[in-house]
Ligand binder design. Structure first.
Ligand code: ATP
Ligand code: MG
Length: 295
């Protein structure tokens, strides 16, 4: 692994890249997994590389659901195993959820390697080797274990593919997905969509468990029943919009109203460099499109 200096501004993201690429070297993660991580990173950038409040709420509801479930299962793919094998084992032990390896680019060898990785991180039992094509899907993710995902009532599927997410939801299972992209089919079909980086999400969930274990079943159900996944999706999209607007304003030298608390701007707008457009023209370009570029 390349040594990443701790003070690098993108430290977390670079470490994550190293983990994924080490996963490929070990034969745990597929090469396509590198690309999937890239798509996730792009959305993390837009979300601000932190857990937003609505994602923390979705994480809390997910913990409640996993604790309430009769047969919870955690579905593990090559990216999840490379990024947080130890945390997945901890989550499984604390919630009683079974671990099952389920891969889009499935080979028996890769399934075995991921099972070994989870066992090396403390797992006792990991399903996935005896999977049968039980789901109505054309690809390899159709293969699940009868005693595991097929029979589960609540499934935690970090980094899921949209097709399978939909099929699982149609099988009347409650699906919890982790996906940084609020526009993906996965995020839009899961019952609980955690719009957060998978590593942050699992670690947050683990920290919440002790407090939730103190609660009664009735209280846990109340949390679950009050939940509206649409609000979480809308809030993530709104966060992205706000972050993009703040970036535009930064470029235009417009003060961020939110940081101002209604007071007068603290400092003069930044001096624009000569090549840059007048702020008014720039705003018109953005609101009316490219034809104004000719002005
Ligand atoms: P879908 O199939 O749901 O429509 P997709 O085809 O766009 O989504 P996939 O390649 O199937 O995407 O799955 C990868 C998904 O996982 C992407 O939406 C990406 O945002 C997300 N993702 C990748 N890495 C992470 C990560 N570390 N944390 C959270 N989400 C991630
Ligand atoms: Mg997909």
């Amino acid at each position: 692994m390349t040594e990443i200096p701790k003070n690098h501004p993108r430290y977390e993201s670079l470490v994550t890249r190293e983990q994924i690429s080490a996963g490929v070297d070990k034969g745990i993660t597929s090469r396509q997994g590198l690309i999937a991580q890239g798509r996730g990173e792009a959305f993390d950038y837009l979300i601000g590389e932190k857990t937003i409040e609505s994602a923390e709420y979705a994480e809390a509801v997910s913990v409640a659901l996993l604790l309430l479930a009769k047969k919870p299962v955690i579905s593990v793919n090559g990216n999840a195993a490379a990024l947080a094998a130890a945390d997945l084992v901890t989550l499984s032990k604390l919630t009683g959820a079974l671990l099952e390896v389920n891969l889009f680019h499935r080979t028996d060898e890769r399934v075995k390697k991921i099972i070994d990785e989870l066992k090396n991180n403390g797992a006792d039992v990991v399903l996935g080797e005896n999977a049968e094509p039980l789901l109505p899907l054309e690809h390899e993710r159709a293969k699940v274990e009868r005693e595991g995902i097929y029979d589960a009532d609540v499934i935690f599927v970090p980094l899921e593919d949209g097709d399978r997410c939909k099929v699982l939801a149609e099988m009347k299972k409650l699906v919890i997905a982790v996906d940084l992209n609020p526009l993906s089919r996965t995020a839009q079909t899961a019952h609980v969509s955690i719009i957060d980086n998978f590593k942050r999400a699992v670690s947050n969930m683990i920290k919440m468990i002790p407090e939730f274990k103190e609660m009664t079943e009735k209280d846990l159900w109340e949390i679950v029943e009050a939940y509206d996944n649409n609000i979480v999706l809308v809030d993530a999209i709104e966060t992205i919009k706000e972050n993009l607007t703040a970036e535009q304003n930064k470029i235009l030298g417009i003060e961020d109203e939110k940081n101002n608390n209604g007071a007068q701007p603290q400092k003069e707008p930044k001096k624009r460099v000569r090549m840059q457009r007048n702020a008014e023209i720039a705003k018109r370009v953005m609101s009316r499109g490219g034809d104004l570029m000719m002005e």
